[in-house]
Design a protein around this ligand. Structure first.
Ligand SMILES: C[S@@+](CC[C@H](N)C(=O)[O-])C[C@H]1O[C@@H](n2cnc3c(N)ncnc32)[C@H](O)[C@@H]1O
Length: 195
């Protein structure tokens, strides 16, 4: 296996664990790259729920998807409210943190509290053996605060409930992203934390 970059590795982990026909989540739709990947992967019997708090992002995602829109529900709400929209087991989920690339307001960013709530809730809905990937950018204002809060949260998840990895290329310039991936190890509604 080659040393994949962060986004390709994130997709590869989901390719290996999400089955055709499953429900999956794009927690940060943005311009729809990940939604498109997930919609292709789950096939015509699967479904993607894609969240974003900006209409501009959902419009951009809608335009990218064309006929794949049939397998996608676009939701203008915070991913922290995921339980309002999805019942049933989830096969996998992707987060891509930060601001909307090419967006009108680059000060609209993912925030620590809602990101952590969403990760915790999605872990509860995930199948055992399912994976949540989080691509973390920390170069923008506020990115370091979200990074630290998220790392504190995931590092303290009980190892019997969730396995967590951090993956990064460490010789790159210009604040490259890193990947956090979480695998659900047993059935639970809320993951235990180690105090
Ligand atoms: C880095 S972009 C995502 C890029 C996207 N995955 C793609 O393929 O183009 C981050 C997105 O998260 C969105 N966002 C910020 N806070 C959010 C929240 N609480 N719930 C859902 N989306 C949020 C932003 O509006 C932005 O569009």
């Amino acid at each position: 296996m080659k040393l994949l970059r962060v986004l390709p590795l994130s997709k590869e982990l989901l390719r290996q664990t999400v089955e055709a026909g499953e429900i999956v989540i794009d927690a940060t739709a943005g311009n729809g790259n990940d939604t498109e990947f997930l919609a292709e992967h789950v096939g015509e019997n699967g479904h993607v729920f894609a969240f974003d708090i900006q209409q501009q992002a959902l419009d951009s995602t809608y335009n990218r998807l064309s006929s794949l829109n049939e397998r996608v529900t676009l939701i203008l709400d915070s991913h922290a409210n995921v339980q309002k929209y999805i019942t049933g087991e989830v096969g996998g989920a992707m987060f891509n943190l930060g601001y909307l690339p090419y967006g009108e307001d680059l000060s609209i960013i993912t925030e620590p509290d809602s990101t952590i709530k969403a990760v915790e809730r999605i872990l509860g809905m995930l199948k055992v053996g399912g994976i949540v990937t989080i691509t973390v950018y920390d170069g923008h204002i506020g990115g370091d605060i979200e990074r630290d809060a998220l790392l504190d949260f995931v590092k303290n998840l009980h190892q019997r409930d969730v396995h967590v990895i951090r993956y990064e290329l460490i010789n790159q310039r210009k604040n490259p992203p890193f990947l956090i991936a979480l695998e659900k190890m047993r059935s639970f509604t809320t993951p235990r934390r180690v105090e």
